[in-house]
Design a protein around this ligand. Structure first.
Ligand code: EPS
Length: 411
């Protein structure tokens, strides 16, 4: 909200008070605690919600070659306990629970109430894993056992993000916007060609997911990388690509640093566990090329009265604003830090050199991270969408949206 100070003086100082985003979400929950929780506040009333569609997203996140034994225990299901009635949002905060089936094996190790004498039942982790939150978190929160840190740092938390993201997808879907992902690299094995939207959409409908690549030959090479990691007690990282299709021009803004949608999307992607980098469009390639080879030329289609572009190297974002092309983001995952053949570390109790702890973990989670990134992208796009079009009810949002489309048509 903008306001002015010093009304009649020579100088006027404009202050911008940042309001919390209209759409916001939070998660809570430990990896082996009772459950994960997500709250999502700010969706207009009247958005259709299908529990089956939410669970399908949760299922997609659990798939992929290289997932650990935990995925045989969990079968994620979203229980919506607030904000949705008779299959529609009601404009109230939405509350979602996802129970951890593994909790029954951890109810003493992570008991809420300290009933004493439970020291031996805890599962302390005193040999921090390089690359994990263990050491930095233990120092910061003053624990000499990293258990509480890793419990919350775990990527298990992303199940809650995916459930919230499924509802953001439901809103966007009402306006013809779809967000999907696919895997473009596992270790050194890459997809060497662009993927078509239809291929990515077909992938998302499959009943079985190997490594989430649109090309069978590339996927087979990716599998070999994961197999090698299995064989050698190692882990594999990779790159996923998220594509948002059907996004109208004009979401986000060039006018303020924190309104730039590219920056907001980048934060959302890098916030995903193990993601160390993000690329919008062909950023890396662009940095190594001359400007004339990088920008997407502008053309005009007279009959259809619309602008067209020569390519989409910008990933659908120019000046922090969507330009009507697909939004394309790539996330770079480092290999998972829990290693069966552990690296050097130091015991937090004795300060003696020790090998890092090993706990059951995944060997590769790139396809799953892609699904999480879809959810994060959908949440940020839904946020930007509601900033632009507002609305307490879906009908109101739709009216505003259609009015804007008319305006764009007659631009
Ligand atoms: C994770 C370790 C593994 C993964 C987990 C993330 O869990 P556990 O220690 O129980 O075997 O399976 O991911 C999930 C449980 C999930 O749902 O994605 C970690 O340390 O980050």
């Amino acid at each position: 909200m903008a306001g002015t100070h010093g009304g009649g003086g020579l100088f006027q100082f404009v202050t911008i008070r940042l309001l919390p985003p209209m759409l916001r979400f939070e998660t809570a929950g430990e990896s082996h605690g009772e459950c994960l929780i997500a709250t999502l506040t700010g969706l207009p009333a009247g958005v259709p919600v299908s529990l089956e569609a939410v669970d399908r997203e949760l299922w997609r996140r659990q798939q992929g070659y290289g997932r650990g034994g935990r995925m045989k225990i969990e079968s994620d299901h979203a229980e919506i306990v607030a904000g949705v009635r008779h299959s529609h949002t009601i404009g109230a905060p939405i509350g979602i629970l996802i129970h951890n089936r593994d909790w029954k094996n951890w109810s003493e190790a992570l008991a809420v109430e300290d009933s004493g004498g439970a020291e031996d039942k805890r599962k302390p982790l005193t040999r921090p894993r390089p690359g994990h939150a263990d050491l930095a978190g233990a120092i910061k929160y003053d624990f000499h056992d990293a258990r509480y840190i890793l419990e919350r740092a775990s990527a298990r938390e992303t199940a809650a993000r995916v459930a919230a993201g499924a509802l953001a997808k439901a809103l966007l879907g009402e306006f013809g916007i779809a967000v999907l992902s696919h895997v473009v690299a596992v270790g050194s094995a890459r997809l060497e060609r662009p993927a078509e939207w239809d291929e990515i959409a077909a992938l998302s409908r499959k009943g079985e997911i190997l490594l989430g690549c649109v090309d069978a030959e590339a996927e087979a090479r990716m599998k070999e990388v994961v197999d090698e990691a299995y064989r050698t007690g190692d882990t594999a990282g990779g790159v996923f690509e998220v594509v948002a299709h059907g996004v109208p021009p004009g979401l986000g803004s060039h006018a303020a640093w924190d309104g730039r949608l590219d920056g907001r999307l980048a934060q959302a992607i890098v916030s995903i566990q193990a993601v160390k980098g993000v690329e919008i469009g062909f950023a890396a390639e662009g940095a190594a090329s001359f400007g004339s080879k990088v920008q997407d030329t502008i053309h005009y289609h007279r009959e259809e009265r619309r602008f067209t572009r020569g390519a989409n190297r910008a990933g659908g974002l120019e000046g922090g604003i969507t330009n009507g092309q697909d939004v394309v983001l790539r996330g770079f995952l480092k290999p998972i830090s829990t290693l069966r053949r552990p690296l050097e570390s130091v015991d937090l109790a004795t300060r003696e050199p020790a090998l890092a702890a090993y706990e059951r973990s995944d060997v590769c989670a790139v396809p799953a991270a892609g699904v999480v990134a879809e959810a994060m992208t959908a949440l940020v796009l839904a946020q930007a969408f509601l900033e632009k079009f507002g609305g307490d009810s879906l009908r109101e949002t739709r009216r505003n949206f259609l009015g804007y489309l008319e305006q764009v048509k007659s631009f």
